[in-house]
Design a protein around this ligand. Sequence first.
Ligand code: URA
Length: 447
Amino acid sequence: VGVSLRDPRDVVARKRDGGAVPEPDLRAFVLAYAKGEIGDDLAAAFLMAAYIRGLSAEETLVLTRAMVDSGRTVALDGISRPTVDKHSTGGVADGVTLVFAPVAAAMGLAVAKLSGRGLGHTGGTLDKLESIPGLRTDLTPEEVRRQVEAVGCAVAAQSADLVPADGKLYALRDATATVASVPLIAASVMSKKLAVGTDLILLDVKAGSGAFMKTVEDAMRLGRACSDLAAGWGRVARVAVTDMSQPLGEAVGNALDVAEAVELLSGGGQGRLRELTLLFAARGAEVLLGLDPGAARSEAEAAISSGRALQTFARMVEAQGGDPRVAEDPWAVLPRAPVVRPLESDRDGVLAAVEAEEIGRASVDLGAGRRRKGDPVDPATGIVFRGRIGDRLERGAPIGEVHARTEDAAGAAARRVLDALTVGDGPVEPPPLVHGWMDAAPHGDRP
Ligand code: URA
């Protein structure tokens, strides 16, 4: 702080014209926006300029550092277990965190995590969790620390205390079509990870039709930008580029995702959401507990089959003010949409491709996401989609459900989902779940 900005429009003009913004000016701009001294108008103009012109690695670092420094940080030294954080760059039916946090905690790790809200066509962990009546995510750094020690996991939001600059920029990007940018995503994700002092950061960088990065190559660039930030900060990270060419789980909404997470934590379900969650939990145990891959995998499975992960989930919900009965009987406490309409295939054939972003958008338009900054989300609405690439579909056979406020809205969403599917004749290989891992070894101290 302590840097004065002569005229913040100069920062926007510099980026608009493709120039590099000097460190003190970019830093002062971000801190002034976080404090409300610069309005959404100028900040939106800056975001669009950065989206179109890009940011250099140096500018991305300066932006990230200013975002971290806009608030307080969560120190975790003295916590009695190894600490881990995990983050996804955003996808459709990507409820990994809801399952990962209690599984990892039940394996003897401590999970401290700042999550995000729905962004663009993607769902957000905070919106999903807040569909549980009473649950709050605006935890103070002290509350995060206490809960991590007592329960083993905490999932919190950006707030006036914690990375406020990301809280504001994130909502503004959502409202201004400036989300899908490598430097803006890297700075947003990593500001939340660098503000919390965990021993390990696990990143899930999504690639495909439901991700912001549509190709594996672009996802690798994003993964590299994130891991460079981690390494420069002296932090240990493991970065996976994973498939988002179709929804990961089945639920594309908020309460629907919580119910799916409870089912997985109760030992039900065998799909890709469960598999990816177990992969991340096992990787955390390999790095932090020194387990070999086979033992780490068995421990992750045992955390679920023993019921310990589900119990931990209930304790986390309760610690954050939510109704813990959600872990026993989710629909006794979660809000339900008034209209639930079955989704039936309109064709015979093999599911060859899914326009997952369109399914995410259809869910947003049912109310599960925001159209304007600050809009509330509808916790009850959304889509359940059970089709998987390579499945044989039969005309008239159920492939999911639409949960809506009105029959009209349900009909429109069902049409959009069916139009988002490519159905062919021949057999189709399902895509791999993980495209690859990259490691970040720390090579410096916090800059
Ligand atoms: N997740 C984040 O936290 N930020 C982004 O910009 C995208 C995904």
